[in-house]
Design a protein around this ligand. Sequence first.
Ligand SMILES: Nc1ncnc2c1ncn2[C@@H]1O[C@H](COP(=O)(O)OP(=O)(O)OP(=O)(O)O)[C@@H](O)[C@H]1O
Ligand SMILES: Cc1cn([C@H]2C[C@H](O)[C@@H](COP(=O)(O)O)O2)c(=O)[nH]c1=O
Length: 225
Amino acid sequence: MATRGLFISFEGIDGAGKSSHIEPLADAFRAQGRTVARTREPGGTELAESLRELLLNRTMDALTEALLVFAARRDHICQVIAPALARGEVVLCDRFTDATFAYQGAGRGFSLETLSLLERMVQTGIAVEPDLMLEPDLTLWFDVAPAVAAERLALARAPDRFEAQDAAFFERVAQGYAARAQAAPERFVRIDGAQSRHAVWQQLTNALVRRGWLAIMVAANGGPK
Ligand SMILES: Nc1ncnc2c1ncn2[C@@H]1O[C@H](COP(=O)(O)OP(=O)(O)OP(=O)(O)O)[C@@H](O)[C@H]1O
Ligand SMILES: Cc1cn([C@H]2C[C@H](O)[C@@H](COP(=O)(O)O)O2)c(=O)[nH]c1=O
């Protein structure tokens, strides 16, 4: 039987710098001969990308939002994440369930108990490990002050429905991430996202080198351009 692959999620408030580091990390794993599934949430399948369009652009209440996020996640897990892990691949996922606890939970104020219930329903009963709740092996949390992230985004693109939220919303989301990190310190690695791209790359590759997942030489030669 093939060894289960590696599941790494990237988290942080909008503009924290996650996406800029995913492709360079995918290249680093490829340089070591690994097959990489690079994906994102909400999204990653045709169905989930359709739900993403709705989530990012249409007005809806908090329960509808939470249910759509988890519906997209279930399809994404079944179609993409679980099969890739079963093939022994490295899955690099731009956001996963920590985002739901941070945005829908801390940001919108939706019940954390209900989110935990949905998390268990959606992330168990997966063919490879039916009794286990699927979770990332590692979560790279790009921690950045909302004011810094907002400044970066203002220079980068027009805001979607989440990015258009006020500073207080992002303060709550940031606190939501901090609470998730505190509750699962063995899974989370905090990256100081306010530093330069090079320094951020060094922090995240150090975490992978420490775990024996990335060779020092590969880490040293890569990074965002
Ligand atoms: N360390 C950094 N220092 C300065 N600017 C950065 C840094 N990292 C990324 N940026 C810039 O900040 C902007 C947002 O970066 P990026 O898209 O990677 O963030 P993100 O966390 O993926 O955001 P979102 O979740 O909203 O997609 C981009 O213009 C990017 O070039
Ligand atoms: C997975 C997930 C995402 N969101 C929000 C967070 C972001 O604002 C958008 C995705 O946009 P990105 O540019 O790809 O980061 O969706 C959320 O509210 N809840 C979730 O579970």
